[in-house]
Design a protein around this ligand. Structure first.
Ligand code: FAD
Length: 530
């Protein structure tokens, strides 16, 4: 089996920086390719001129210009385009990247001299909400989560598991995982999907679920876009609350903070959302939060001094409807009484459910107005096993980082028992692990501590520490530049990942921006199996 797979990986030209065709094959020129694309019969259309935005993303650091952008109006547009490119064979360097909302960080939704599919223009049936005992929504793979929220709320329902920011597409987050403060209870978004419609790397349109084409279903979930393009998804829903009690408290000891976080994420009738973040050396912290939160003890809160300190903020939310206010207040008091935070730092707020879920969009609007949204974002997302989180915190928060001025650092535990291990997502070995997200923004052309170089060096130090200390860390939204590193990332899942690639996308046409596989010769199964 190992030989067999090493042969697959060799033939598929694993992982290079740019997607290039096999040099031993005659390469068909771009004018031939362009005129060939123009022959595809489409409901939508190709754009060959207005292509520059597809060479950018939220990370704003990697820029690969495509040859064309497909604006599909139907699933068959996507299928016909993939089939056409598949049938052209390995003689072109043409690859295809689905682009959701382009909020990747390292060019993952880009295709150098390839075709980018603008998934948001996919028009099929709009979101259809099914009520009943197990409610769900059938949605387009190019739909934004914020639109799904609004549509399902018309029926008093909402998806169970979220990301912190909702202006991302279904296909984009399901290709990764979709992790937020609800994941400790419901698992990530990829665990809250009943069915998918997928167009494979051969152009086949396949419906898959836990019981139908399960191999493709689990492969695609968390599969980094490698096995097919998600054109529709069936998302599980639950009754939506109207309001949210949103609470923050501070700790000065990491061990007490993490103990309380782990406690809250360990039982059923806890909060509905649990996250946390680290604050290093911030001035007037509680005052800055007073525009959104009210301190329970205003006088003591005004005397709290955050200067020069490393603090840990536990953030919790409890959903409720207005007629349950009294009960929910009692539940919250009881939950808070089990925690050991600094008493003067208890901050409370009450907001509509939609405002809570769409909270990051408020910051986006403010940052856009100041020209601070479209800056480089050298983000780093890590999953750290619980048994090593103290070693990690000691070195990273106590030594490597001097402040958190470049952006928030999120940290919260999740429990793997709620996560389905059959998806392509890679997590640490232990049942409980922490998501740690360094969400830095760099000031363009700065050479100081807020500049790109400094932040990237800091990220490298964090990664080096994780590796040197053998923490068993896994990257989330992973990014690697060599085959060995991808293989190490996937660990025992690598064999299956490569096998699925050779089955569903044998020419390695899809999602070249992940830089896992390079377009190459078709893989001859009959020869290997003979
Ligand atoms: P894109 O960047 O367009 O695509 C991402 C990858 O998926 C690419 O490889 C692309 O080819 C592929 N792809 C896109 N659409 C499809 C499809 N239909 N079928 C198959 N493959 C497809 N993540 C979390 O888990 N939790 C968070 O709380 C969170 N918060 C975020 C906040 C912000 C402000 C940002 C910018 C990102 C955040 N993310 C979070 C990360 C985010 O989930 C991923 O970057 C996601 O891929 C972005 O979705 P997108 O629609 O922009 O995808």
């Amino acid at each position: 089996m190992i030989l067999f797979l090493s042969s697959i990986t060799h033939r598929m030209n694993l992982c290079s920086n740019l997607p290039l065709a096999d040099p031993s094959l005659p390469n068909l020129g771009s004018s031939y390719v362009l005129s060939s694309l123009k022959t595809i019969h489409l409901d939508g259309h190709f754009n060959f001129d207005n292509i520059y935005h597809a060479a950018n993303d939220f990370g704003n650091r990697h820029h690969y210009l495509p040859l064309a952008i497909l604006h599909p109006k139907s699933v068959s547009d996507i299928s016909s385009t993939i089939k056409h490119i598949y049938e052209m064979g390995p003689a072109t360097e043409l690859t295809i990247a689905a682009r959701g909302h382009g909020h990747s960080l390292q060019g993952q939704a880009q295709a150098h001299r390839g075709v980018v599919i603008n998934m948001e223009s996919l028009q099929g049936p709009k979101t259809i909400v099914h009520t009943g005992k197990m409610p769900y929504a059938d949605v387009s793979g190019g739909e934004l989560w914020i639109n799904i929220l609004h549509e399902s709320l018309k029926h008093g329902l909402a998806p169970k598991s979220w990301t912190d920011y909702l202006h991302l597409t279904v296909g984009g987050t399901l290709s990764n995982a979709g992790i937020s403060g609800q994941a400790f209870r419901h698992g990530p978004q990829i665990n809250n999907v009943y069915q998918l419609e997928v167009v494979t790397g051969k152009g086949d349109i396949i419906t898959c679920s836990e019981t139908q084409n399960a191999d493709l279903f689990y492969g695609v979930l968390g599969g980094l876009g490698q096995f097919g393009i998600i054109t529709r998804a069936r998302i599980s829903l639950e009754p939506a609350p109207k309001m949210v009690k949103w609470i923050r408290v501070l700790y000065s000891e990491f061990s007490i903070f993490s103990k309380d976080q782990e406690h809250l994420t360990s039982f059923k009738n806890s909060f509905d959302y649990i996250e946390g973040f680290v604050i290093i050396n911030r001035t007037g912290l509680l005052n800055t939060w007073r525009s959104s939160f009210n301190p329970r003890e205003p006088l003591q809160a005004s005397q709290f001094n955050s200067d020069g300190r490393t603090l840990y903020c536990l953030e919790m939310a409890k959903y409720f409807n207005p007629d349950e206010t009294h009960i929910v207040n009692q539940v919250i008091e009881s939950l808070l009484s089990e925690l050991s935070y600094i008493p003067s730092t208890l901050l409370l707020s009450e907001v509509p459910y939609v405002d809570f879920l769409d909270r990051v969009h408020v910051s986006e609007i403010k940052l856009r107005a100041k020209g601070l949204w479209e800056v480089p974002h050298p983000w780093l997302n890590l999953l750290i096993p619980k048994s090593r989180i103290h070693d990690f915190a000691k070195e990273v928060f106590g030594n490597i980082l001097r402040d958190t001025g470049n952006g928030p650092i999120l940290i919260y535990p999740v429990n793997k028992s709620k996560w389905n291990n059959r998806t392509s997502l890679v997590t640490p070995q232990e049942d409980i692990f922490y998501l740690v997200a360094f969400l830095s923004s760099a000031v363009p052309s700065s050479t100081g501590t807020d500049g790109l170089e400094h932040i990237l060096t800091q990220n490298e130090r964090i990664l080096d520490f994780c590796e040197g200390a053998r923490l068993g860390m896994k990257q989330y939204l992973p990014h690697y530049s060599t085959q060995d590193k991808w293989q190490a990332h996937f660990g025992p899942k690598w064999e299956v990942f490569v096998k699925r690639k050779s089955k569903y996308d044998p020419l390695a046409i899809l999602a070249p921006g992940q830089r896992i596989f390079q377009k190459a010769t078709p893989f001859s199964w009959s020869r290997i199996l003979a």
